[in-house]
Design a protein around this ligand. Structure first.
Ligand code: PLP
Length: 223
């Protein structure tokens, strides 16, 4: 993929978003630092990596001025310490144990870590994320931890075979976020909804996504 295409793709997605309250998060796994910095020059303000090792390798070379760094992939408890001083938002918290470790490391680093709770919205065995039935109990437990702040929810729906197949999941996520807001749980906010990828971000925007996470739609196919 040429750099002109990257610029074109970013402009198109920003046009699709229009004046809605959705942010574009560029998913940069497998991409070079040059590609990432080019995307930043084209106006991308949020970068998401899904593996700790890859984030650490690129971190110092990314032009991070005015740019937020997101961890969007599954996070092992023993790796939290490597990224706690580097990430603005962790999208993939799905257990109390992980939340406890994040809170502990954040406390030691002198920060409050913003996180999202990943919901296994399609009920898939193979995927991370908390079962919707366990969501509120998990939030109630996390709300007691000192240095972690839940800002909303994230999901990775099942792979779609048809257009608009994931709209129903996105609408469910929006409903969860509304229902949880009404519960007014201490220290739990629901101002962020991270959902929508290259193939389905338009439906996600319609359903109220505040972060679409787009990789191939910006940078082209991954090798
Ligand atoms: C890779 C990835 C994406 C982006 O997927 P594309 O199909 O390339 O847009 C979004 N979210 C997560 C968690 C990912 O791992």
């Amino acid at each position: 993929m040429s750099f002109e295409n990257i610029e074109h793709n970013i402009k198109k997605i920003l046009l699709d978003i229009g004046d809605r309250n959705t942010n574009l998060l560029a998913v940069t796994k497998t991409r070079t630092v040059d590609e990432i910095n080019y995307a930043i020059h084209c106006g991308v303000r949020h970068i998401g990596e899904n593996r700790v090792q890859e984030l650490l390798e690129k971190y110092d070379s990314i032009e991070r001025d005015g740019v937020s760094i997101h961890l969007i992939g599954q996070l092992q408890t023993n790796k939290v310490k490597y990224i706690i001083d580097k990430v603005d938002l962790i999208h993939s918290v799905d257990s109390l144990r992980l939340a406890q470790e994040i809170s502990k490391r954040a406390l030691a680093a002198g920060k409050i870590q913003d996180v999202l709770i990943e919901v296994n919205i399609g009920g898939e065995e193979s995927k991370g994320g908390v079962d919707p039935d366990d969501l509120v109990p998990l939030l109630e437990n996390i709300s007691k931890l000192p240095a972690i702040h839940v800002r909303g929810l994230m999901c990775i729906p099942p792979i779609a075979t048809q257009r608009h197949q994931n709209l129903k999941y996105f609408l469910k996520m929006k409903q969860f976020s509304v229902d949880i807001t009404e519960k007014k749980i201490d220290n739990i906010d629901m101002d962020i909804l991270s959902m929508g990828m290259s193939g389905d971000y338009e439906d996600a925007i319609e359903a109220g996504s505040t972060f679409i996470r787009v990789g191939r739609g910006i940078f082209g196919p991954r090798n």
